[in-house]
Design a protein around this ligand. Sequence first.
Ligand code: IMP
Length: 441
Amino acid sequence: MPAVVVVGTQWGDEGKGKIVDLMTPFADVVVRYGGGANAGHTLVVDGHRVVFHLIPSGALHKQTRCVLGHGMVLDPEVLVAELEEMEARQLLAEGRVLISDRAHVVLPHHRLVDRLRDQGSKAIGTTHRGIGPCYEDKAARLGIRVFDLLHRERLRERLQANLERWRPVIAHFGEACPELDAMAERYLALGQKLSPWIGDTGHWLRRALDQGQRVLFEGAQGAMLDVDLGTYPYVTSSCVVASGASAGAGVSPLGIQRVVGVTKAYTTRVGGGPFPTELDDAMGEKLRSAGKEFGATTGRPRRCGWLDLVALRFAVQVNGVSELVMTKLDVLSGLGDLRLCVAYEYEGQRYEEVPPPEGWGEVKPIYEDFEGWSEPLEGCSDFAAFPAAARRYLARIEEVVGCPIRVVSVGADRRATLGLRDPFDGLPKLDVKPKAFSFKS
Ligand code: IMP
């Protein structure tokens, strides 16, 4: 039962979509386990650009099943549109997509509240996709789950209780709360459209793993946006890290045998919050334009900065990453000399680990300087063909982070990826079924 998780190790947008798309031919199933339409990955089908927010990046490979686990928050409007897009491209066959009946549903007022609340100087800069309010309802035990969309009376009852909670919040902003009857009808209709794909995905996945199917878990966002481990409160509302795959998909943590971490060759972040290595200067601008750093979900310009090895090492440790994939190394060609943040300074002390929580906004990066390179990397066929300066840059990252970089992406094209191999290669067949236990033994 080999299972591999691919996670982001920064603040999201590391290029996980491309990597999962490349690894999918080795997998039988690709699973998303957390987050919602705040994520976005761009796929290119026959030269046509498609952006998916909910359907896993494996969607393009017809032989692979796509599972949306119960840890996700699903906006049915977005999901129906994505299924229609798949159908139009002949990517949708019976049983190809499985949607958890237990996943929580993002409702119109979740999106409304997200937008109304996230304003002003303290704004988190959310994607306004209703993610935070939906997870709030989940924790408050007031949420609507996917299977509720299939039962009229149940849905109306739960929607009514849910709207009661949000009405005063919406009124506080002088806006009108959506009306129960119209919403119930709309969401019942969406539930009908989704019904062929809805089921107990946890049960299905456990069985698939028992049968020895190869399961690839696709993380969304990045470790530094994790609700517990990231730069709180400037984080998303879900468990982003690899352990979330177990809880968010309903499989044993013992079944996860390998965690692959994806990092960009530099750092980006969208939205507010601490970003110790941010560059507010011409170099930041150069990174943004060379790396085309604009959000796939919101189109916002991303904040850009040097690679932060303190954050990366932390992400490697908390995820159990055993190998790194580096994306966009080609973007650094011709940018001049480079820097790597190897530690922070906070209150006169050097920190090689993440600072105390109140220190995140205050830390100053301690840099090592590196000679850059001017040669383009797109044509390189292996790491040995990289300029010596690029090899030194990669070697120092591996040394500081304590993790090998096995794959390097040097362009958007699928072929511009060096070192890619079967992510399941060499994984032992594990038996994680509980053993019979007897007091006599
Ligand atoms: P939310 O997830 O929409 O609530 O946004 C919370 C924070 O996470 C904001 O800073 C967003 O910009 C960030 N965020 C959420 N999803 C992504 C993503 O897929 N990539 C990058 N940043 C994200």
